[in-house]
Design a protein around this ligand. Sequence first.
Ligand code: NAP
Length: 342
Amino acid sequence: MTGREVQLVTYPRGEVRPSDFRVVEVEVREPGPGEVLVRNTWTSVDAALRLRLRDKAPAGYFAAFPLEAPMDGIFTVGEIVESRADGFEPGDTVWHAAGWRDYAVVEAGMPALGGVATLTKLDLEVAPAQAYLGVLGGNGLTAYAGLFRIAALREGDVVWVSAAAGAVGSLVGQMAKIRGHRVIGSAGSDEKVAYLLGELGLDDAFNYRSGPLPELLRAAAPDGIDVYFDNVGGGHLEAALDALRDSGRVAVCGTISEYDADDPPPGPRNLFMVVAKNLTIRGFRGSSNVDLLPEMTREVGAWLREGRLRYRETIVEGLEHAPEALAGLMRGDNTGKMLVRI
Ligand code: NAP
């Protein structure tokens, strides 16, 4: 049997281009003992993939993608067509990490993506399969761990989340609202701001492209903020350090404003604010908090059932368009989770 897979042919300089990739038809081998054959149905498109489209990924992070080879380590869901692993049957819907291809042979129990994407059967009564790539998957875990463990939200905290209309950000804003906080979101278009204020019910929101960031943030939070959930880095982090109140916290989830740069600019010019205001800046990976996955699944599952948490998807049709979907995500084309339907 054969199937298609997307491979990287050249490391992008600056913006990702679909021509940096190719789609090839490859042999799909039979599953061996302890393995399953999965027909992938949806595959994830994540900002963090951009960090791996270079010959060396950031030290300590997930590995760089080799050229002209399968892109391993991308969250994906699909249906088992053949199983030689105990506990898995043909017809089961599962998640795993062999994405951006039609078929995958996956070893049961082999840890993937820090344990978040190890082959697992999904409960479709809670949500449709693709939700496990977003709200009930790594994005849900990242939002949940970042807010409740890393930023350690306290009663009365005022929260600012950047890239607030994206996959992680849209969950962060809503989770903080559910816990009773005042939440400010920022995003890159007026349509996204309307989504944050309307559908997501945030208290205030602004388009970061519409004026000087420090002024926009000051207008939304005249008395300052206590927590900044950082998806963007750069000037956004600098604005947050000025706006944070004494003992404020920053959960650094990502720095997407720097991912396309070969040589990102030096860090915030106002780092002394960390000293002056007793601030804590703490980076984290969702996958390093995999112990919270059962708790997150329970809580988020209940919020979904009760209609208290919503999620949007931006769907790109066809495996061959996965590279274009990633380029689109980097440009801000997506609202909510960027997905490819295979
Ligand atoms: P996403 O938010 O769904 O999509 C990325 C969004 O970033 C775009 O839609 C765009 O929206 C915004 N953006 C792009 N360039 C920007 C810039 N220069 N300045 C400001 N905003 C920009 O993507 P995601 O996968 O959920 O990732 C969001 C962040 O979380 C990334 O930093 C990612 O690395 C991080 N992340 C971290 C972990 C972890 O374990 N720590 C896990 C998942 C994701 P606008 O239209 O608003 O510009």
